[in-house]
Design a protein around this ligand. Sequence first.
Ligand SMILES: [Zn+2]
Length: 204
Amino acid sequence: MQQRHLGRTAATQDPNKLIIDPFAPDDELDLLKPIDNLNAARVLILNASYEPLHVCSVKRSVALLMYEVAERVEDSDRVLRSPSQVFAVPSVIRLKKFVKRPYRQRVAFNRKNVFRRDDHRCQYCGVKSSDLTLDHVLPRSRKGSTSWDNVVACCHRCNAKKRDRTPEEANMKLRRRPFAPRFMFSSAYGVLPNIDPIWEKYLP
Ligand SMILES: [Zn+2]
């Protein structure tokens, strides 16, 4: 487990190594994707125990690495450039010291979290709104459960249109099957920021 971060980054995928390798073909350098906004990308922070803790900006992750509070676990395919240096942008970092933190393994099912899971979008028409309601996909009158996998965010218009019917009966298409989020980031970035596929193996 402690070793799982080692060995993933092959030489050809490591921008730092590529830059300092005098024999690396120049066209490989073009593969490096510079990142121009330090706040654009997100970095997953793991606890020392490898549990996911938080999601932060690249800027913050670089600071944590520089102060040696954290270590690199996975790099992204992007780089930061300065006139003289190229720095691989991390995708996953790990705190060196274990941080004790109340961590809820299961995400509480409630209105607010359903809206967060659904990115504040009606799951039928896709409209984004701060004034949404909840819809039971299989209506309550048909014993549809009030749970993560049967409740979705819905705008008032679609809710009125669907009434007491299933999406099929109402001829309305669900954009995505509802699901219980595996992990909720208690951060300003929302429940499920765009999850980098590299993070997958670290998420419960
Ligand atoms: Zn709608």
